[in-house]
Every structure is written in structure tokens, then in C-alpha cells.
Design a protein around this ligand. Structure first.
Ligand code: SF4
Ligand code: SF4
Length: 369
């Protein structure tokens, strides 16, 4: 059975530091000593100020770093942002200012190594720094995710897939959300972080995980050795059945998590957390599939008034489903695999996920009454 700590917290270092130290110093905390190579993996989705709730708060990164340094560890902080440069993110996210006095190596993931993560994926390229560290500490952010419902501790390790390999894997797992969940679990298991802390102090709800989501103050910090258990408790906390999270279902199917968890702290279940609407992504025969893709299932739509034609979306789209003119962008609903990478990276919140009218009617007609 895995223990998950839940604590009320705030972005106040006097409050935060003792909580992070308590979690990391607990019986299930990581084993760190003099010379241990510790890799801290925050959620560095894109350059954004902390109040946008896109990234793990810098004070949590600072407290984790101080904990490891006090044990004599050599500490590195790394990630591979989906969008924007690592150095811009480091400055804009407040990390440069808050961690400036700490003796730590800071760099983006660049080199990779082929790691066999098991069937059906086989060998995939994962950040070498994450694979070679003695201890990986996973600092996740509690956010909604238009494709996967929530992006939590297990999914945070998908950031160890470097650069354009991320959209490539979205493409290879296609519209199969369950298969994408399996890939994420396989990557998590291959890296095997020693501890996960979940930043749910300022979480994100609605159309996350990018700028189309809305920050939501929950005041929660959660931590545990097993990220499956942490994610399980987050689901309970926000009022969602854990079995509806693909990473939880896959973890159980793969036999890497049995669902037994001990909660240390107060679980106050929310009844008003706003989830993104996930459309069905199963396709039938060709003609029906095409009709469904165009008129029924949820799809990305652009607000061309907000679009600045920066190109981030069409650069990342793994299906080359986005075209543009000087009047804005448009989507090819036939080839779009609904991975929502475009929504995730748009710096101007100009892309939303929307179910067409026919899809809403179908959903209404098929709703259990
Ligand atoms: S939709 Fe967003 S990411 Fe795409 S070109 Fe416009 S502003 Fe850039
Ligand atoms: S258009 Fe957006 S949702 Fe569709 S495949 Fe491209 S990045 Fe993914």
C-alpha cells in the first residue's frame, strides 16, 4: 500500500518549505546522500508566469532543490518544454530569480537513449539525464487535459520524451486514448521516479493544459512515492472516478498499481471542479468515420481574431492537419488525430476544443436519463 500525503499549502515559502521537507523526509521519501545525482523534473510546459498555472511553481522547485542539496546531492533541473525555449521559460516562470543562489545544474533535456519500455512500443528514446540520474524527483502540476482529462504525476514523465518526438508519439498512438495512456505509463515505469509532488495549490481546470485552461485555487500539495497512488488521490479530490483516467486503467491492467492507497491528511472532495469535455474518438467505416470526424466528434477550433499567426500550432501538429492564410488557420478534420497538441502550445489561447452541434445532439440523445 502506498501512502499519499495531502496538505493545505500556499505559495509562501515559510509554509511551503516545511511541507516539502516533511514529504521528502518521510518513510517513503527518496534515499539521498552525499554525491547522489538527483534529477528534478518539473512540469515546464511552456514559458508562462506562475499565476497562469501552466508550470510547477518555482517555490516548490526551490524547496525540493534545497532538500536534496542539504543531503549533499548533486542536483540537476531539466525538462523539455512543448513550446518555447527552456531559457525563456526559466526566466519568465520566475525560476531564475527564485533559484539564483542555489548550486544546481539547469539545462533542457537534449541527449536521449533508447530504452525498451515493453510491448507494444519496444525501444523508445528517453532523455538520457532522466535515465542516468540516481534519483528522479517528479514535480507535477494538477491540470486538466483536453485529450486525457487530467495531466498529473504519471503524465509529467512524458516530458522526458525530447522535442519533436512528443508529437511523433502522439501520431503513432493515434486517436487511441487508451494506447496513449499505456505509452505514458510505460515511460513512467521505465524512468521510475523516487517521489512525486503534485502542485495543486493553483491548479488548472476547464480546457487545459495550456492557456485555454483556467487557473483554480485549491491550496493543495500532495506527495507520494508512487505517482499512480498520487494521481489516484487527485482524482478522488477533484471528484472524478480514477478508472476514468487512462493512466490509472493502464497501470492496473499492466499490474503495476493495485489501487490500494493510504491517505495521510484530509481528503475534501470537490463537487464543482470543471473538467474538459472529451469527445468520442472511435471511428466506424470510412464514410461514417469521415462524417463523425467532421460533424460529430469534438475537434479543435480556432478563434482567428485571437490568432497571431505565430506558427506554433502548425509546427507541432503531428498530423500536418493545420493550414493557414493571412486570415487565420483552419483544421483538416479528416487527418486531425485530436491529440490537442495545438491547443496545448498556442500562446494566445486561440484554439479551443469544441463538439459540433450534431455531436451535442447525439450526446443529448444518448445520455442516460
Ligand atoms: S492558433 Fe495560436 S499557435 Fe496557432 S498560429 Fe494562431 S496564435 Fe499561433
Ligand atoms: S490539428 Fe491539433 S488536435 Fe489535430 S492533430 Fe494537429 S495538433 Fe493534434
Amino acid at each position: 500500500m502506498s501512502t499519499v500525503h495531502i496538505r493545505q499549502a500556499a505559495y509562501d515559502y515559510q509554509v511551503l518549505r516545511p511541507i516539502v521537507f516533511e514529504m521528502l523526509g518521510s518513510a517513503e521519501g527518496p534515499s539521498i546522500g552525499a554525491g547522489t545525482r538527483v534529477l528534478i523534473k518539473p512540469n515546464f510546459l511552456a514559458p508562462a508566469a506562475p499565476e497562469k498555472a501552466l508550470t510547477t511553481h518555482p517555490l516548490i522547485v526551490k524547496a525540493t532543490t534545497e532538500f536534496a542539496l542539504e543531503k549533499g546531492a548533486r542536483v540537476q533541473i531539466s525538462d523539455s518544454p512543448a513550446m518555447g525555449s527552456f531559457s525563456t521559460l526559466w526566466k519568465k516562470g520566475g525560476y531564475e530569480q527564485i533559484l539564483k543562489d542555489l548550486d544546481v545544474t539547469v539545462r533542457p533535456f537534449e541527449k536521449t537513449m533508447a530504452v525498451d519500455v515493453g510491448e507494444p512500443f519496444g525501444k523508445i528514446d528517453i532523455a538520457k539525464d532522466a535515465m542516468e540520474a540516481d534519483v528522479v524527483i517528479n514535480l507535477a502540476k494538477l491540470k486538466t487535459h483536453t485529450q486525457m482529462m487530467l495531466t498529473l504525476g504519471v503524465k509529467n514523465l512524458f516530458g522526458c520524451i525530447v522535442g519533436l518526438k512528443k508529437p511523433e508519439w502522439h501520431m503513432r498512438t493515434g486517436v487511441d486514448r487508451h494506447m496513449f495512456g499505456r505509452l505514458i505509463v510505460s515511460i513512467y515505469e521505465a524512468i521510475g521516479p523516487a517521489y512525486t509532488i503534485m502542485d495543486g495549490i493553483l491548479a488548472m481546470q476547464g480546457q487545459g493544459p495550456g492557456k485555454s485552461g483556467s487557473p483554480r485555487e485549491l491550496g493543495l500539495l500532495m506527495g507520494g512515492k508512487n505517482a499512480h497512488a498520487v494521481d489516484h488521490v487527485v482524482c478522488l479530490q477533484v471528484g472524478m472516478d480514477p478508472d476514468n483516467l487512462e493512466t490509472q486503467r493502464n497501470a492496473r491492467e499492466l499490474g503495476v498499481y493495485d489501487g490500494s492507497v493510504h491517505i495521510n491528511g484530509d481528503l475534501n472532495i470537490l463537487d464543482d471542479f470543471q473538467f474538459p469535455e472529451l469527445g468520442s474518438i472511435t471511428m466506424g467505416p470510412d464514410f461514417l468515420g469521415r462524417f463523425m470526424r467532421k460533424f460529430v466528434i469534438q475537434q479543435p477550433v480556432a478563434d482567428n481574431k485571437a490568432c497571431k499567426l505565430c506558427g506554433e500550432c502548425w509546427k507541432i501538429c503531428p498530423a500536418q492537419a493545420i493550414s493557414y492564410t493571412d486570415r487565420g488557420i483552419s483544421f483538416n478534420t479528416d487527418t486531425c488525430i485530436r491529440c490537442y497538441c495545438c491547443l496545448e502550445v498556442c500562446p494566445h489561447a486561440a484554439i479551443h476544443a469544441k463538439k459540433p452541434l450534431a455531436g451535442k445532439v447525439v450526446a443529448w440523445l444518448t445520455k442516460k436519463r
